[in-house]
Design a protein around this ligand. Sequence first.
Ligand SMILES: Cc1ncc(COP(=O)(O)O)c(C=O)c1O
Length: 1011
Amino acid sequence: MNDTTTPDLAHWTAVLAGTHGITARLEPLDGEYDLNFRVLTDGTATHVLKVMRPGCDPGLVEMQCAALAHLAHTAPAVPLPRVVPALDGASVVTRDGPDGQPRLLWLVTLLDGAAYGNFRPHRPALLGELGRRIGEIDAGLADFAHPGLARSFKWNLTEAGWIRPHLDLIEEPRRRIVTRICDEFDARLAPALAGLPKVPIHNDINDYNILVARDASGQPRISGLIDFGDMAAAPAVCEVAIAGAYAVLGHERPLDALGDLVAGYHAVRPLGDDELALVWPLLLTRLAVSVVNAAMMKRERPDDPYVTISQAPAWRLLELSEGIAPEMALAQLRLACGQPALPAAPRVLDWLAARRGSFAPVLDEDLSRAGMADLSVATPVPGDPFALEADEAAVLGGIVAEGEPARLGAYAEPRLIYTGAAFRNGPHRASDRRTVHLGIDIFAPAGRRVLAPLAGTVEAVADRAERFDYGGVVILRHETGEGDAFFTLYGHLNPDVVQCITPGQSIAAGQAFATLGAPHQNGGWAPHLHFQLALTTSGFGHDWPGVADPDEAGLWTALCPNPAALLNLADEVTRYKGPDFDAVRSARGARFAANLKLSYNQPCLFLRGWRHYLFDAMGRPYLDAYNNVPHVGHAHPRIQALAARQMAVLNTNTRYLHPAQTAFAEALTAKLPQRLSVCFFVNSGSEGNELALRLARAHTQGRDMVVPDHGYHGMTTGALDLSAYKFNGPGGGGAPGWVHLVEVADPYRGRYRGDEQAGPKYAAEVDTALAAIEARGGRLAGFIAETFPSVGGQIIPPPGYLAAVYEKIRAAGGVCIADEVQTGLGRLGRHYWGFEAQGAEPDIVVLGKPLGNGHPLGAVVTTAEIAASFANGMEFFSTFGGSTLSCVIGREVLAIVDDEGLQANAGTVGDHLLAGLRTLQERHAVIGDVRGMGLFIGVEMVRDRETLAPATGAAGYIANRLREHRILIGTEGPHDNVLKIRPPLTFGRDDAEMLLDRLDRILAEDACRAG
Ligand SMILES: Cc1ncc(COP(=O)(O)O)c(C=O)c1O
């Protein structure tokens, strides 16, 4: 609450000059009860003047001053305010306020930085540093003593039970959550806290008492911990719980964030097992106190919307906590602190390892002969990684006949076969999903006996008959010789097991207690045993996850370790061994030149693609909003099938007749203006542009070319000479004499911004280029442009531009080449070709990237006249260009665009995305321009909407942050400040929503606001 009277700045300015001899300007700051002023000397903020509320206990102020003075010695590295003594040497002085009431006043140094609550993102390093700093404060206060510490008040977490009489202020169903927390506090937490030593703690490290600033290298660091006004003596774990309650607000994975914080604290001031066990429940208690306190304030001030708004993140976390078992939270915090997930874990694992080789065989078979099945992300099964088919499941891993050795499915193998909604964690198709297998599969014939590897009792037996579930499933409970319990699970059994055994029944080592189910009995899978070990069942009971989210695999593999010992196998043999990211990366460094670039600060390694999704080695889905080559989607089934068939039949070149060549040429020319009737098939866009240049020169006998600035036409010598993006970029040698650049027709950044006549005016630039050709005694061959400049910044030229340019070029005897590598084949939604959108008709069209959907295929299509000029006797032949395979694929791509309505999809989804981006533009000043057509979209980032100063840093930051959120986009433009969005044309509305949602969050992060 702000002080209700307007602070009398003149009065307190004069007081400060008298008490501290500082002549300054004061600016009021927020404070709940007291007056706080930012003190500016010579325009620079240097101090904070604190004027306490009338009647404030001097002992409490004195305690804060003493604690800060103490910490200046015991924790000198922690950025804390320092108390500046008054002229008479006192830390605290008393002066009358303007109303004549005496008030305590003191002055501290001002620390740089933004409030943690306003700073985003809260990365692990920042949370870890916060934890360490808090640990240093607590360690530094260990020998601090003050009578004020013993006070009793509502923010002392040991007294949290005070909220109980007020719970009726909270409405159901939320009341149930806080009631449960209150019950837990009274029953378990309060007694546990009573048994812990009370030590001096800050007691209020909330998100507005933490400051964050960037260091010299731009990394966010904790730059201040302020406001010791709530100090108290309490168990140190209360400090961690309180800090944690605020530090993790808004996190999608709050326990990860809490783990980072707690690990930092633990490294400096170690927490005992009993303390660690209290962190999560006490954190929830603190949130409960906060929401109840807010409800009380709301009753007092019903019209203040801020009270409700400020509690929203706390409620979100409280509601989220309903789905988090406290045992799981504790295990995760223990792991974060470098402890075993469970205290007994090392004992159980040692016990099992010592007995490896002596357990009874689980499937009546020596598994040392078993081979491995591959169910990993790198396999093409399931065909659709979002929808496993029944017939795929029924043979997955392979059918093992009687007499053949079993086959094993690896432990911790990431798989894409778990496609049901239950495996997805989030609202979007590309949301997180569980992929990491937590058991070992043993593929063996249905009907085979399943034996207990060691003695145990039946913990649970069930028939989980849903498709793709377990069918018959049994959990056995075991104990080590030292009395530690552990559990084994047997899934995909014949469900008649439910009639054969009952919970509580003893099972002897080597006793057969079930048989393997057939697909119609075992959930629909190829016959196999899913064999899993768990060191506990608390937190998940009998509903064991058989697979884990890759980002939670650390926790789950600790709770469900490799069960290989129980199968008398080595862990190493049964564990999934995927590609080693670091090894692949370093081999790449050694085998390829340094200018073969990788995208993103944290490069990606993908093993699978499907439509507009890519999957990394752990099976995490990425939304591909960048790659325009897989035009009809990654791994399109029709192209897979056709290409495989053609490779099995014939793949030869254009020196032989084949109907596929003409079929493709006819399909392609059918999409183009009638004049463009002759095709050349090549392997790439570069080769296409190189050939187009030759065609233009052959037809005109000229050599000189007019080209818009910042363009890209390819990496071969001639194409590179036409590409200002390259020859004027790093390592480039400038334009050759025969290349004449004209300004890009950029409606946002170009010189005719906002001019209705911009199209013809930009076109007039060509006149200057033509004059220059004449002046140098050259002869015009033609004009080439990316119809919509892409590397130039996803630019949509103003209406009439290209038609006017073509007219001028033709009048000067030149040929007009449209590089449609980026824009062709329906990407623009309303138009199949970019030149149609411009009302222009080229003489030569060059196609590349999307035409083969990933197969290297380019094409040049021109008029019969130009083709005739080119046919001057020299043979045209491209070894691979127009191969049978290429022609089959190219024709299929054209057909799929039509059959699946992808051009229309690009139009509707593109409009939706553009509208969403424009809404973001209203909220985020860093977005200067949103432009695009269909799924060819650019978002230009600026530091200033007037000067258009490019926000290059923000653009790079966003692309990298989106990659962390598993969405792929790129950056482009002469200033590299344009977000480039041009996904496969299968991109849907849900994907657009996901992109917009993530982008919105990232745009609110500090680096974007700073530009
Ligand atoms: C507009 C344009 N033209 C030509 C090319 C060159 O195509 P390729 O890389 O297939 O040689 C590219 C490649 O990015 C391009 O964007």
